[in-house]
Design a protein around this ligand. Structure first.
Ligand code: NAD
Length: 428
């Protein structure tokens, strides 16, 4: 059931940027590039609300344990809050708030009619039996019942949760509401209103972003070498698509280390994290590397797709890739970003590259509220279209104002949010 979640690497506290600190810094930086009312920026530094709930659980031995759950709702000026629910021991109000801000930017850069939310329970999902996970999820859904809903706040899977978790959440919510309401969450199994292509979507969009970046910098995908850190849902889907499109994927890794073949790996033959956890090093390859060494390979494109904060001030000077495409959320620290910018290494930001996940969640929500199911072909075509539109909007800012890709993406997002806020005004 619930797949093991990507863990944060053990680095010193100083080195790790908290999601909230990073999100606020990025907002302030973006605001310097946009003609925006300072009052709007001030409002965006604060979430609308952060709900904290107690979630009691009867354990298998009959004892009762109480876990703490959160739902941060950052901003809904463009539509319902949208974002994942994670089960991880380090879930906190602050982390959820920062991650909910990222979701606001991500939805806005993709021009989706959603705002940003994020939540979860501070629990180690590996310590729970399947029945316990189900009971915990159902009670969490009940505790959040007034806060969520298809037109209010629409959760999705995240670290430590999956399609089954969303199915339980949707069922619990629907039972209490007295009617089946699939649009309350996305990332469900297709049989109960989930969308085809949702699982592959963040990897697919990462591959599309990499392909567009390769072409933007006047290269051919077929003449490109790629290294992917993290062969999970995002990394494996991105690697396989890029290989299908002609790129040479020379290295992939999981938490234990990397395999490297300068002639190219057969990425379809390597099991993903879900198919067989941590199997990368068991594959035949001419060379193995340490997990961090993969980041420093001399390749055309580097895709960090495992965890946050892996490209830091410590190793940014050693990055030899010509282009970095962020498959993971927040893989580059603020300090590393500055170093890469000075060195002229373009970084295609997470809020654009891996936004396929929330984009197909939007398609799922549309399918749910219209009681229709789209084919996989239609989902992938619409995702391609949305990605290319977002890519063009961001590229125009890069070309017009000489901004980094990250700043350009934030400018696109902030302009849209600010315009909506100014048009709606401040009530009362
Ligand atoms: P996953 O659990 O499917 O895979 C994670 C992979 O990273 C595994 O291969 C694991 O072995 C590896 N890994 C874990 N810790 C590592 C480390 N310290 N160094 C190197 N490799 C490590 O996870 P996923 O769903 O692919 O998510 C990966 C990243 O993408 C996360 O940052 C996540 O927040 C982000 N993301 C995921 C989605 C999604 O819907 N799956 C959407 C957007 C962003």
């Amino acid at each position: 059931m619930t797949t093991p979640s990507p863990e944060t690497e053990s680095k010193s506290e100083d080195e790790l940027d908290s999601a909230l600190v990073t999100a606020r810094r990025q907002l302030e930086r973006a605001a310097t590039h946009v003609d925006v009312d300072p009052g709007v920026v001030e409002r965006l530094k604060h979430p609308t609300r952060v709900q904290q709930v107690s979630v009691p659980l009867e354990r298998e031995d009959g004892s009762v344990e109480v876990f703490t759950g959160y739902r941060a709702q950052h901003d809904d000026v463009r539509g319902p809050y949208k974002g994942g629910l994670r089960y991880h021991p380090e879930v906190s109000a602050e982390e959820c708030t920062g991650l909910s801000m990222w979701m606001t930017w991500k939805c806005a850069v993709m021009d989706l009619p959603f705002g940003g939310g994020k939540g979860g329970i501070a629990v180690d999902p590996k310590s729970l039996s399947e029945d316990e996970t189900e009971r915990l999820t159902r009670r969490f859904a009940e505790e959040l019942r007034d806060a969520v809903g298809p037109t209010k706040d629409v959760p999705a899977p995240d670290m430590g949760t999956d399609a089954q978790t969303m199915a339980w959440f949707m069922d619990a919510y629907s039972m209490q509401q007295g009617e089946t309401i699939p649009g309350v969450v996305t990332g469900k199994p297709p049989v109960i209103g989930g969308s085809y292509g949702r699982e592959e979507a963040p990897g697919r969009s990462t591959a599309i972003a990499a392909r567009e970046a390769i072409q933007y910098y006047d290269r051919e995908v077929s003449a490109t070498t790629v290294a992917v850190q993290g062969f999970g849902s995002v990394g494996a889907n991105a690697a396989r698509l890029l290989e299908d499109w002609g790129a040479t994927v020379v290295a992939v890794s999981d938490v234990n280390g990397a395999i490297y073949d300068p002639d190219g790996l057969d990425t379809h033959a390597i099991p993903t994290h879900e198919e067989e956890p941590e199997a990368v090093l068991e594959q035949d390859a001419p060379e193995t590397l340490g997990n961090e060494d993969i980041l420093e390979l001399d390749v055309d494109v580097l895709i960090p797709a495992a965890v946050g904060n892996v490209i830091t001030a410590e190793n940014a000077d050693a990055i030899e890739a010509d282009i970095v495409v962020e498959g993971a959320n927040g893989p580059t620290t603020f300090a590393a970003d500055t170093i890469l910018e000075e060195r002229g290494v373009p970084v295609i930001p997470d809020i654009l590259a891996n936004a396929g996940g929330v984009t197909v969640s939007y398609f799922e929500w549309l399918q749910d509220i219209n009681r229709r199911q789209w084919s996989l072909e239609r989902v992938n075509e619409e995702l391609e279209e949305h990605m290319l539109d977002a890519w063009d909007d961001v590229r125009e800012e890069v070309d017009a104002a000489g901004l980094t890709w990250r700043d350009a993406a934030y400018v696109v997002a902030l302009s849209r949010i600010a315009e909506a806020k100014e048009t709606r005004g401040l009530w009362p």
